[in-house]
Design a protein around this ligand. Structure first.
Ligand code: IVH
Length: 750
């Protein structure tokens, strides 16, 4: 094919071009399937590339063909994964967990507090099994199933529409549904179907799945939908996303409505009048667990009244109105063969238990976390005694517990079976990877390698973090490839990734014998890397892997500073105040933090003020530091580690080298159709229509920043009865003051 003389696209008629285009489209789709499933690739890399180039050239020359392109990934983007990406209109969230009855009571109490309901006010919940499968969002428009997406990272999922269409529990047409309806639920496999599937695979030497959830996930994510059809998948509907009209007024009625529309809903779903009733239902479901015929790992409670669900809203990744009450963890005894130390990206030394493999709740476990050195000694993170103070030694007979997806843990030690001569475990004081001293700072449960960039483990872990899904998410560049490139000496820091093509491109394309590489995969990788040269500011900050900077904090920082230059300028300016903060008595500060979470900011300020007084910090530094740590979601611990990272000249130079390859996409401005977007507001006095927590969450949802104290930056003070010094200060500073009703009218929710 590479040799064939091709007519330049411009010399073709539209009809000729269309004919060739459709033939190529079919061929590329078939080649993709063959390649990705590693069944039997029938095109060489070179032929594949030539076909794809021609396909793209035809689209370039005839815009009409672009609209017909079914292989979306092939148009302008690499055929990176077999599935297209789908942005969820409403995020797919996870659930908070309750582990015992008192957590359930706390859940009820926190909802009442948030809504300002007293203990006698009725508050009903639904209770239903938590299905152990994988969630799926089905979009119907005018009653037709038009799209099915996996959860992915909650914001973007994979397009598995063709696969979903093969599941008989999923209706493809609905009668009487709202114009737009996104139904969400769980895809799962029954025990009987799972056993039969594994038996079939065993006979034919196919893949054996560890449990029904893995089998369901593997089956749904088949690139060939016909393979999915042959797998016995099922689906329970339990919630919804985007809607053009409400389904009902209560959760229970909404589930009934979904059942009327033709979805399978779980028959054990019921309405509970309160905590006692919820726990009773939990026990009933737990008793039936073994005979249900499919895996469940707990019971989900949801506030029944949908208007209250709306008021309660969401935290960053979980709804306030629902919780999963998990079943107790599963337990098993086995031998601890060795304790290995792994070094993480921040240098943390984490002990891992290597075990004689044992089955815990249907899954074979051979590793478990031992958390840190105190945990091995018999102390928890607060310094309290655990396991009756029994330490853990190599050779011990240990009890393992596994709860859902959580990494298995060592719960107990049987001292009667301790081998004679078993030695107390000595936690290393040097890094097992690079030999640098491993130090444990006062108050930190974790011992850390001080090697920084000379420690290969820290460097590779940071690189793995950099390419991970919530960070740069570079298709074709995962942990394995990063390790390979690091050991080849090609990639030592993130910036090197963007130089691979230029420096080693030709070499990589010829690496046919090396696992996974060839001309096509190398070209795909280069395209995937190029795609990420434009990166959202929040993702960039998260990807740097700075301690304490999680996804949410990174987004908050991006929102606060808007771009990289402003962030580093502010941090440079704040540096003297950050150092002064460190000199403050940290132990005292922790006590203070523990003592009054409510008064957090004020107390930090007090401690910091003492330190600053001692260190003679310039006023701009104090102002820049205050601005940083009073930003939404940012505290002094994050402030300090960010400041340390940027003040470290090696790290700073590596960040600059990276930035030189990138165009940073600024964060979206908070929704500007709200009159309070971007404004700083302070609540004071007694609120009568809602609790302080609800007022704060609602203001934040409208894009306002809610501060704890009045300053020059405050835009609006909302003062209820009993407002005191804050109202006086606001008046002095000429800040707008509103009553609660005026505020509600202003934001349009009176
Ligand atoms: S409700 C906004 N109900 O559990 C919350 N989730 O741990 C929507 N799950 O991602 C979820 N059974 O995949 C809900 N009856 C049930 C469920 C359920 C299983 C899964 C779901 C979710 C995960 C959270």
């Amino acid at each position: 094919m590479g040799q064939q003389e091709l007519t330049p696209p411009k010399e073709l008629s539209l009809e000729q071009a269309r004919e060739e285009f459709l033939a190529l489209q079919e061929q590329l789709a078939a080649a993709d399937q063959a390649y990705h499933q590693q069944d039997a690739p029938f095109l060489s890399d070179a032929d594949y590339d030539a076909a794809k180039r021609r396909y793209l050239d035809l689209i370039d020359a005839f815009a009409e063909l672009g609209a017909q392109a079914t292989q979306k990934d092939s148009v302008g983007a690499p055929v990176t994964s077999g599935f297209g990406k789908i942005q969820h209109v409403q995020r797919m969230l996870s659930l908070g967990n309750a582990f015992d009855d008192s957590d359930v009571a706390d859940f009820d109490r926190s909802i009442r507090n948030y809504l300002g309901l007293d203990n006698r006010a009725p508050l009903a919940f639904t209770a239903e099994p938590k299905i152990d499968g994988l969630s799926l969002s089905l979009r119907y428009e005018n009653g037709c199933l038009i799209q099915a997406a996996t959860r992915g990272d909650g914001t973007t999922g994979e397009n598995v529409t063709a696969n979903a269409c093969t599941i008989s529990d999923i209706p493809q047409q609905l009668i009487g549904a709202p114009e737009v309806l996104e139904v969400r639920g769980e895809v799962y496999m029954s025990h009987a179907d799972f056993a039969a599937l594994n038996a079939r695979h065993e006979e034919r030497g196919g893949k054996i799945f560890a449990n029904p959830r893995n089998a369901a996930a593997g089956s749904l994510r088949q690139l060939d939908a016909e393979k999915t059809r042959a797998r016995p998948l099922r689906f329970f509907a339990y919630s919804w996303g985007d809607l053009s009209a409400p389904l009902a007024q209560t959760q229970m009625q909404a589930i009934e409505r979904l059942a009327q529309l033709g979805f399978k809903t779980n028959p054990l779903t019921c309405l509970c009048s309160g905590v006692v009733d919820m726990i009773r239902h939990y026990r009933l479901i737990e008793e039936q667990r073994a005979t249900l015929g499919y895996d469940i790992d707990g019971v989900v409670y949801k506030v029944d009244d949908l208007a209250l669900q709306e008021r309660l809203g969401f935290r960053s990744t979980t709804p306030r109105w629902a919780i999963a009450h998990k079943f107790p963890a599963e337990l098993a005894w086995t031998r601890l063969e060795a304790i290995d130390i792994q070094v993480g990206r921040t240098g943390a030394l984490s002990p891992v238990a290597r075990l004689t493999p044992v089955t815990v709740g249907g899954v074979v476990v051979s590793n478990a976390t031992l958390h840190n050195e105190d945990y091995i000694t018999g102390l928890d993170s607060k310094g309290d005694v655990i396991r009756g103070g029994k330490d853990i030694r190599v050779g011990d007979w240990v009890q393992i517990y596994r709860a859902g997806d959580v990494i298995p843990k060592v719960a107990d030690v049987d001292l009667s079976k301790r081998p004679e001569g078993a030695e107390i475990f000595r936690f290393p004081e040097t890094c097992p990877e690079c030999g640098s001293p491993a130090v444990r700072e006062e108050g930190d449960a974790v011992r850390r390698c001080t090697g920084g960039v000379i420690c290969p483990a820290q460097v590779t872990e940071r690189l793995k973090h950099f390419v991970s899904r919530a960070a740069f998410d570079i298709e074709g560049l995962g942990a394995k490839q990063v390790e390979q490139f690091y050991s080849d000496g090609w990639v030592k820091e993130p910036a090197d990734i963007f130089d691979i093509k230029e420096k080693y491109g030709a070499g990589l394309q010829q690496l046919k014998n090396r696992e996974g590489w060839g001309e096509k995969s190398a070209t795909n990788l280069f395209m995937a890397i190029d795609e990420k040269r434009n990166i959202a500011f929040g993702r960039l900050i998260f990807s740097l892997g700075i301690r304490h900077t999680g996804e949410v904090a990174a987004k908050d920082l991006a929102q606060h500073y808007g771009d990289w230059d402003r962030l580093v300028t502010a941090l440079d300016q704040a540096r003297p105040a950050a150092l002064a903060h460190r000199t403050a008595d940290e132990a005292e500060e922790r006590e203070r933090l523990k003592a009054a979470a409510e008064d957090r900011r004020a107390r930090i300020t007090e401690t910091r003020a003492a330190a600053i007084a001692a260190c003679d910090v310039p006023a701009e530094a104090t102002a820049a530091w205050d601005d940083l740590i009073s930003a939404d979601g940012i505290g002094p611990a994050l402030g300090l580690s960010l400041s340390d990272a940027l003040a470290n000249t090696d790290e700073r130079a590596a960040f600059d080298r990276l930035l030189a390859h990138l165009t940073v996409i600024p964060p979206e401005a908070p929704s500007n159709d709200s009159p309070v977007a971007g404004k700083t507001v302070v609540f004071t006095g007694t609120l009568e229509k809602m609790t302080r927590a609800e007022a704060k969450a609602r203001a934040e949802a409208l894009g306002a920043k809610v501060a704890g104290s009045v300053s020059k930056k405050t835009d609006i003070l909302i003062a209820g009865p009993g407002a005191g010094s804050k109202a006086t200060k606001a008046a002095d500073l000429g800040i707008k003051v509103m009553g609660e009703d005026e505020w509600l009218a202003f934001v349009g929710s009176a």
